[in-house]
Design a protein around this ligand. Structure first.
Ligand SMILES: NC(=O)c1ccc[n+]([C@@H]2O[C@H](COP(=O)([O-])OP(=O)(O)OC[C@H]3O[C@@H](n4cnc5c(N)ncnc54)[C@H](OP(=O)(O)O)[C@@H]3O)[C@@H](O)[C@H]2O)c1
Length: 262
């Protein structure tokens, strides 16, 4: 995919940096073909790629680029008043629908992507949604760019993308909330905080590869239920006390926010 130039507006932030570094490390784009903008005009984390340029000029960077990555926070979007007609626009912004990008920037070739924080480890799950006007080359460029930082998969509708914004765009957050609640309970039940913290940390390290292994999460739950031990007692209490309802409420709240409904 070398030979295409990318203007990455806000590309030095948490997510933009992770995506661009992964693409550079995998040779999806050449360092000299990337210009990253930031209001501070400063860039951290790109020391290994000195040919990457940084600019505070959001107008100039896209002029010499075929593709533009929108990686600012949604609340900073109003600061970008640009004509991107004729450009391929790649947006990772949550809560900014395809139609709004089209209206603000005049581009019709738009690909929305929703990576998550695990892009830093090249382990993001990244749903991609393409506008009908994108070309096969646009889509393969986006698949290569976002595939560098994890597993990128096309979805058919914006409503699927909004749902996935809650489900996987949240990265480790929902699992972290459960782990934090377990740690709080352990301390409330009298365990020394340092011991509780070590125990939960090791539990997560051991659980992650098992959860990502051959067996599905549902199969793992069944194995523990069949064992009929202490874990089965806890699992049954979890379900009887509303686990599925809580998960529905959590994911619906995130979806509504992603779709701009709350
Ligand atoms: N973080 C995630 O896990 C995640 C997951 C899914 C989607 N997203 C989406 O990714 C986007 C970026 O999130 P983030 O977490 O990476 O935020 P972030 O760390 O705050 O990065 C945003 C970057 O935008 C730059 N910026 C802000 N206003 C600018 C402007 N007018 N011109 C040029 N650069 C500007 C900031 O640098 P300066 O302050 O130097 O300008 C900053 O480096 C958001 O829209 C978010 O919805 C994030």
């Amino acid at each position: 995919m070398k030979g295409w130039r990318l203007a990455a507006l806000g590309g030095g932030g948490w997510l933009g940096r992770a995506l661009i570094l992964a693409a550079l490390q995998r040779g999806v784009i050449a360092p000299a073909d990337i210009c990253i903008t930031s209001r501070r005009g400063r860039l951290e984390g790109f020391e290994a790629f000195p040919a990457v340029t940084v600019s505070a000029d959001n107008q100039a960077a896209p002029l010499v680029s075929e593709a533009v990555l929108l990686a600012v926070r949604p609340q900073d979007l109003d600061q970008l008043s640009l004509d991107l007609s004729g450009k391929l626009v790649l947006s990772v912004m949550a809560m900014v629908p395809m139609e709004e990008i089209r209206r603000r920037f005049g581009s019709v070739r738009i690909i929305r992507a929703m990576p998550n924080a695990a892009a830093e480890q090249c382990l993001s799950f990244t749903p991609l949604l393409a506008s009908p006007e994108t070309t096969p080359e646009d889509r393969s460029l986006a698949a290569a760019f976002f595939g560098a930082s994890g597993l990128a998969e096309w979805v058919a509708t914006e409503s699927e993308l909004d749902y996935l914004t809650g489900l996987t765009g949240s990265g480790p957050a929902f699992f972290a909330a459960l782990a934090a609640a377990m740690e709080r309970d352990a301390v409330a039940q009298g365990l020394p905080p340092a011991l509780a913290s070590r125990a939960i940390g090791q539990l997560i390290k051991g659980a992650a590869p098992m959860l990502a292994g051959e067996r599905s999460p549902a199969d793992l739950v069944d194995i523990f239920l069949d064992y009929q031990g202490t874990t089965a007692a806890g699992l049954k209490a979890l379900e009887e006390n509303g686990l599925s309802t809580l998960v529905r409420v959590m994911l619906e709240a995130a979806r509504e926010k992603a779709a701009g409904l709350s």
